[in-house]
Design a protein around this ligand. Structure first.
Ligand code: NAP
Length: 274
């Protein structure tokens, strides 16, 4: 049986245990929370949507092009006994994002967990990079972050509780050949995370980033096989990460267990950077 009122996180641990034993309840850490994940139809975003559902959160995610996959993911999330909506929205459009946040709140209630996951690469060495490639990556990775966070933050301030988790990348800490545009956005996401964390800490909201290493998704499939082999060779754990391994770090930061962590960039990278 599942406890449906709140997430129980406000109860002291001994009372939660007692409740569990006495009533046979299964307490889920994020029960009663509404989580918005950007780019949830595939890759790391879909793993995050499913992992949030495992902890009892209701989930809304947006997609831009992957409609069929969005429907599949939504069904899988609902199969875990929580509510889920998938909404078509481009994070670069303020109008789309405002509609996404409004529809989320109308359907499920105020957003208390936001995962800014949507991101793109347009790789080329700097001299060969066009202004259009630069702009496209800035628009999705940084303007998207601004648009969604700006629209979702007021509901967290009203609740006096919130979790914002931004998906960065280890290349935001190291740089990477052929990725001046992408690495600049990921470094920017890290600085944004630390700055917003300072601004909203007293309002009960934590802001953190997860910086994945190479992770086995469509984004990594764009990397030539020889380069992937090289990456595996220099990664101490010796393989790419899975989307689920990234999602576990995200749900941890969203959970009550991470209540004293803010402004942190958590590396989940198999040891490629230490
Ligand atoms: P992916 O498989 O390529 O998925 C990208 C996601 O972003 C898709 O869901 C896509 O939606 C969404 N998206 C792209 N542009 C969008 C837009 N304008 N509006 C709304 N959604 C948009 O990538 P991934 O590997 O899962 O990456 C997820 C995040 O992890 C990104 O921020 C990426 O930079 C970061 N990351 C990935 C790796 C890696 O090795 N994979 C490493 C470090 C960091 P549609 O499919 O609907 O278009």
């Amino acid at each position: 049986m599942v406890l449906t009122v709140g997430d129980g996180s406000c109860l002291p641990a001994y009372r939660r245990l007692k409740l569990k034993k006495e009533k046979g309840f299964t307490m889920k850490e994020l029960q009663g929370k509404v989580c918005l994940v950007t780019g949830g139809a595939r890759g790391i975003g879909s793993a995050i949507a499913l992992a949030m559902a495992d902890l009892g959160a209701d989930v809304v995610f947006n997609y831009q092009t992957s409609r069929e996959r969005a429907e599949e993911v939504c069904r899988s999330v609902q199969g875990k006994g929580v509510r889920c909506h998938a909404v078509a929205a481009n994070v670069t459009s303020e109008e789309d994002v405002n509609r996404l946040v409004q529809e989320t709140q109308d359907a499920l209630g105020p957003i208390s967990i936001l995962v800014n996951n949507a991101g793109i690469t347009r790789d080329r060495t700097f001299l060969k990079m066009t202004k259009a490639m630069w702009d496209e990556v800035m628009h999705v990775n940084l303007d998207g972050l601004f648009n969604v966070t700006h629209a979702a933050l007021p509901s967290m301030i009203n609740l006096g509780w919130g979790r914002i988790i931004n998906i960065s990348s280890f290349v935001g800490l190291t740089g990477n050949f052929g990725q001046t545009n992408y690495a600049a956005t990921k470094g920017g996401i890290n600085s944004f995370t630390m700055t917003l964390a300072r601004e909203v800490a007293r309002k009960g909201i934590t802001v953190n980033a997860v910086a994945p290493g190479f992770t086995d998704t469509d984004m990594a499939k764009a990397v030539p096989a020889a380069a992937l082999d090289q990456i595996k060779a220099i990664t101490p754990i010796g393989r790419l990460g899975t989307p689920e391994e990234i999602a576990h770090a995200v749900t941890f930061l969203a959970s009550p267990r991470a209540s004293y962590i803010t402004g942190h960039v958590l590396s989940v990278n198999g040891g490629i950077l230490m």
